[in-house]
Design a protein around this ligand. Structure first.
Ligand code: FES
Length: 151
């Protein structure tokens, strides 16, 4: 009876040692490989939902019937002041093959020189190969400052 109890104690002790060894190896394994896996998998960066850029020009500087290219995030944007004095802003990336568009004062449209794509002053593709309108950006004028936003 006593031997049986000792045997149980020995079995219990062995299980405890095995568990400790097993869990120690598990912890060791995780502590070695977790940082490696974490390093190899790039972190997910949250895309900002709203982006705004204050343009470097004052409202009064812009003449009617003109267009200017600006930097919006990492891409070009285009600001157009129509002959009627309205301001409009779009992504300046052509929807065909991503060339940068420009404003044509003589024709009062937005033109892509790469393949002769033409957009109207609402950004709508009206001739040439562009398959879609230009992406419109929101404008906010505060005093003489012009702020362009997306989102
Ligand atoms: S890239 Fe603009 S028309 Fe082709």
């Amino acid at each position: 009876m006593v031997v049986h109890e000792q045997g149980e104690q020995v079995d219990h002790g062995r299980r405890m040692v095995n568990w400790l060894l097993g869990s120690s190896l598990g912890v060791l394994f995780v502590s070695i490989f977790y940082p490696i896996v974490k390093y190899l998998i790039p972190p997910k960066l949250a895309e900002p939902t709203t982006v705004s850029v204050t343009l470097p020009w004052k409202l009064a500087e812009l003449k009617a019937n003109s267009g200017r290219i600006f930097r919006f995030k990492s891409l070009p944007g285009i600001l157009v002041k129509t002959s009627g004095g309205d301001l409009r802003a779009f992504s300046a990336v052509c929807t065909h093959l991503q060339c940068t568009v420009q404003y044509r004062e003589d024709r009062q449209d937005i033109w892509c020189a790469c393949h002769n794509g033409v957009y109207d002053l609402n950004g709508k593709n009206i001739s040439g190969p562009p398959p879609r309108p230009l992406e419109a950006l929101k404008l906010n004028v505060r005093g003489d400052q012009i702020i362009v936003m997306k989102g």
